[in-house]
Design a protein around this ligand. Structure first.
Ligand code: TXA
Ligand code: MG
Length: 298
């Protein structure tokens, strides 16, 4: 079943049911060995899924849950390999969406919920995106409106002494450092694998190019004959001469909220290429930039 969360829509299955997980992998067309995030109703359930939880992970959970933060922790023994991708860790999160929380409370166990898109494609942030991607392969989708955050949760590895950000998102490195008083370190050799965050990911069908505004205007005039679409920022002063143009506010949170929907809209125009005006390379934009770079990677 499709479910809304505050980040993106997910496909929900019982995280204790090996057959359901198998079907989930086949619907997503995702290679096996990719771990999935287990959604839980609250901090109290942490102990059923994780062991050796460090103090700073508890601090993060108390500070940011329910919210767009996934904690990767040493797994409890009974957690299925299909959930962990065979690793010794499990990803856990309490989503901040009333429908998802109600479902989790009623279900009273963990719900594995990867984003409700086919492998490698853009995550759905509105109910209609789920149907476009997955069609009749899922039975139902709970309608929770448009997702508030719009990009997937920040993933923090808490299986070592210091927190490691495995996937940037709305909750930034600075937020994590401020909450824990610890320095966030870069992923190292011993960090858990995050196979779902490969370079080429989150892709529309059209090619995506991430450009500065001047390069964008140049590209638009030198690619006559090609069907070009563009995603630009409201601060743009120069006119962007693209037939298919979406202009978005230069505010990270609202940019993120509509990012996937905008890329889908531009993709649906049948454009050969989507030119995206690059947001600034500063921490507040890390999550958005990460998704744009992956979308642009071919
Ligand atoms: O915002 C989100 O996190 C959304 C909503 C539905 O909750 N879910 C989501 O799930 O983005 P998915 O499966 O599309 O992406 C999960 C990512 C993958 O890159 C996976 O590799 C990583 O989380 N992951 C999950 N468990 C992990 C673990 N134990 N160790 C390392 N990475 C893990
Ligand atoms: Mg995904």
């Amino acid at each position: 079943m499709g479910i809304p969360t505050e980040t993106v829509y997910g496909i929900a299955v019982d995280a204790r049911n090996a057959d359901a997980l198998k079907r989930l992998y086949s619907v997503k067309r995702r290679p096996t060995g990719h771990p999935v995030i287990v959604h839980i109703a609250g901090i109290d359930a942490l102990g059923e899924w994780a062991r050796d939880i460090p103090q700073y992970a508890n601090t993060l959970a108390r500070r940011f849950w329910p919210g767009p933060l996934t904690l990767v922790l040493k797994r409890a023994q009974e957690v299925l390999d299909a959930v962990t991708g065979g690793q010794d860790t499990v990803g856990l999160r309490v989503p901040a969406h009333p429908l998802a929380l109600e479902l989790l409370k009623a279900f009273d166990s963990g719900i594995a919920a990867p984003s409700a898109n086919r492998y490698g494609r853009l995550s759905p942030t509105r109910i209609e995106h789920v149907a476009v991607d997955l069609g009749t392969d899922i039975d139902a989708v709970l309608d929770g409106g448009a997702c508030e955050v719009g990009i997937e949760s920040t993933i923090v590895d808490c299986s070592g002494e210091s927190p490691v950000v495995l996937r940037p998102g709305k909750i930034t490195v600075a937020d994590i450092e401020a909450a824990t008083g610890l320095t966030v370190v870069d992923p190292g050799e011993n960090s858990p694998r995050t196979p779902g965050t490969l370079a080429a990911h989150y892709s529309p069908r059209a090619k995506v190019r991430l450009l500065r505004r001047t390069e964008m205007i140049e590209a638009l005039s030198s690619h006559k004959g090609k069907r070009l679409a563009a995603l630009a920022m409201e601060v743009s002063v120069a006119r962007i001469p693209a037939a298919q143009l979406i202009v978005v506010p230069a505010v990270a949170a609202s940019y993120a909220r509509s990012l996937y929907a905008n890329l889908r809209t531009l993709d649906e125009t049948g454009a050969d290429m989507i030119l995206v005006e690059s947001p600034p390379d500063i921490p507040a934009w890390a999550g958005v930039l990460d998704r744009l770079r992956r979308a642009a990677h071919s």
